[in-house]
Design a protein around this ligand. Structure first.
Ligand code: S3P
Length: 450
């Protein structure tokens, strides 16, 4: 959707202990990929546990517009009747990817090596984000892109009629860019190669293999090399989407900072390419344990148990860890505000081009809550005020960014005075049940202002 309607103010009040079991929704990254790969397979892919957040619903609609048969059978249960690699139809209308960078960038990749033309747009946040990082490598396949100044949406992609394979090194750590190139490589003859300096989430590679594509990965002197062989016949799959570790961080971090809390967050995907925050929290001294570790559908899974942790200390988060926790810096900066000492988050320039400029958004809101924050172009430092030491008592701007909205609401549960966000609407993009789930644990979340 290009916009989500009127702003929905929400307030978090200082809360009593959070207790209970939280079942967070399906993984957003895997949900997008299940729909897109399902559309590129020949026949019917069945999906359970699909995240029904707006981002993923927009991708489902897009796959239907490219000719796939997309059907919802019940809560999280969907099927996709795929048209095969090279089988996409030309959409009749503009593809609106709403708030989702993952949706638009992966879909651009998936259509760029078909002889069709599609125009993409999104909400004000997505229309401000750079697409050149995807259209540059897609041009190497022979696709053409015409967009607004600075490579912004709305943008039209003319797919390559006679695509050539590509050997591309990503200039930034981005699973979206890597995935767009790999998906475009499916429609090109021969081998398409992507090399990345630091490994990013590897769901596309794993799932492509699951669908029967030939994917070879190796670590070389130049980085991590992924090669996909073009023109495969992808086989439809049955996919159980694991629960989203990025969504799990909100109840987990709330439990760490609200006195007396003890929360179990069940069945969380624990891919090492996604679990950097949990390592960081443990380094800070968080009482966080992984229970019942197991494997489900090829992904490591565990139950996370988080208890109130009044002894957390600030840490330096190493830049190499950034790709494995890139979506988690907003909530980490809230936890850091309740720890003793400074937490330095370096090498995080990519945060400036997410759904919002997340360094600026968190620095501004935390300062308004009474927390000192220093920032540079690619780092920020939160000067922790210790347990119970954050004044709060303000309204923070969510900037059309679900993770910023949720982070400040979690902050308000443990601050001395309530914290509001000016618009909680974007939370529905990734975690539609955030409010009832947090309330069930004992969080005092109310609609409206302080
Ligand atoms: C995602 C990759 C990351 C992440 C986003 C989801 C994906 O973006 O921030 O929420 O599913 O591939 P970048 O590729 O821009 O790092």
């Amino acid at each position: 959707m290009a916009s989500h309607g009127p702003a929905q103010k929400m307030t978090a009040r200082p809360s009593g202990p959070l207790k209970g079991v939280a079942e967070v929704p399906g993984d957003k990254s895997i949900s997008h990929r299940a729909l897109i790969l399902g559309a590129l397979a020949v026949g019917e892919t069945r999906i359970s546990g699909l995240l029904e957040g707006q981002d993923v619903l927009d991708t489902a609609r897009a796959m239907a517009a490219f000719g796939a048969g997309v059907v919802r059978h019940g809560m999280g249960r969907w099927s996709v009747h795929g048209v095969g690699v090279g089988g996409f139809a030309e959409p009749e209308d503009v593809i609106d990817c709403g708030n989702s960078g993952t949706g638009v960038r992966l879909i651009m990749g998936a259509m760029a090596t078909s002889p069709i033309t599609a125009t993409f747009t999104g909400d004000a946040s997505l229309r401000s984000r750079p697409m050149g990082r995807v259209t540059d490598p897609l041009a190497l396949f022979g696709a053409r892109a015409v967009g607004r100044d600075g490579g912004r949406l709305p943008m039209t992609i003319v797919g390559a009629a006679e695509p050539v394979p590509v050997d591309y090194t990503t200039p930034m750590a981005s699973a979206q860019v890597k995935s767009a190139v790999l998906l475009a490589g499916l429609g090109a003859p021969g081998q398409t190669v992507v090399t990345e300096h630091s490994p990013t989430r590897d769901h596309t590679e794993r799932m492509l293999r699951g669908f029967g594509a030939e994917v070879a990965t190796e670590s070389t002197g130049k980085g991590f090399r992924i090669a996909v062989t073009g023109h495969p016949e992808l086989q439809p799959q049955t996919i159980a989407v694991p629960r989203d570790p990025s969504s799990a961080t909100f109840p987990v971090c709330a439990a760490l900072i609200v006195p007396g809390s003890d929360v179990l967050v069940a069945n969380i995907g624990m891919s090492p390419t996604r679990a950097g925050l949990f390592t960081t929290l443990r380094e800070m001294g968080a009482d966080l344990t992984f229970e019942n570790p197991r494997e489900e559908g090829g992904e490591p899974v565990a139950d996370l148990r988080a208890r109130y942790s009044p002894d957390m200390k600030g840490v330096e988060v190493p830049p190499v860890r950034a790709p494995s926790m890139i979506d988690e810096y907003p909530i980490l900066s809230v936890v850091a505000a309740f720890a003793e000492g400074a937490t330095l988050m370096a090498g995080v320039h990519e945060l400036r081009v997410k759904e919002s400029d997340r360094i600026d958004a968190m620095a501004e809101g935390l300062r308004a809550c009474g927390v000192a924050v220093d920032e540079t172009e690619d780092s920020f430092t939160v000067h922790g005020r210790g347990p119970g030491g954050v004044p709060g008592g303000t309204t923070c701007a969510a900037r059309l960014d679900h993770r910023i909205a949720m982070s400040f609401l979690i902050c308000g549960l443990a601050a001395r005075a309530p914290v509001s966000v000016d618009d909680a609407g974007p939370i529905a993009t990734s975690f539609p049940a955030f409010e009832p789930l947090m309330r069930d644990l004992g969080a005092e979340l109310i609609a409206g202002d302080r």
